[in-house]
Design a protein around this ligand. Sequence first.
Ligand code: AMP
Length: 278
Amino acid sequence: MLILQTVNELKEWVRDTKKAGDSIGLVPTMGFLHEGHLSLVKKAKAENDKVVMSIFVNPAQFGPNEDFDRYPRDLKRDQELAEGAGTDVIFAPSVEEMYPRESQIQLTAGAQADVLCGAKRPGHFDGVLKVVTKLFHLVEADLAYFGQKDAQQLAIIESLVEDYNFPMAIRRGETVREADGLAKSSRNVYLSGAERNEAPHLKKALEMGKELVLKGQDPIEPMTKYLTNHTSGVIDYIELLDYPTLTTTIRQNAILALAVKFEKARLIDNIIFHPKGN
Ligand code: AMP
């Protein structure tokens, strides 16, 4: 496995790989890898000749009072895990390498960013669009892989690719969970012991909400009560929307999504399902 830290090294590798006729799958991450990331690598490995994983904690997608500085990082451990899952190249640039100057052009997410995390984290998805646009152009991937764990991000990136004819396709990976249902997340390490014990209730609340939706009932109030009774966290949002449009009129698939703030970690989770139960 190669570890590349500069844009020029990456471009050279991409040029040689394309010349050899190999397809490229890209798995963008912020590192501190877990099974969720590795499941995307395995999917990418099955569908492409070469797999590039980017590891970059992107300052552009963190707000001023968010956890950019204390986001967990461990490149050495990440290297072993990435290689074990079949990664061919890790691209791990510095912030200066990625953003050598202040951008003169800004990308802005549309209405899909007005709900859920986009409403709570102003500018977050603009920062995501900024980094993925650069990564897509640098890696020239045929396929890029994103997890449904971050369903709003996935939907917005699908819009980017569709609206601006990026010459590639997006692949979705299912949410990988701990045995007790907690969605795997790099931020789970910041849960206290007590919070970790409460955290599986997020998935349980989603399941309960889904059952209510299937019965034609509004899930928000009962889910709010359930989470308030079973966790010490503060609910940031619970929303039921159409997926992937993220509008309030559910036409095809429903997404039930929530965010809960614990002492040192804000956790998000969601489930996507057919509102008629198919
Ligand atoms: P992150 O490093 O958190 O930015 O995540 C990098 C990619 O991994 C994103 O596409 C995420 O949606 C995906 N991902 C994160 N957690 C999970 C999970 N538990 N299951 C599946 N994919 C995940």
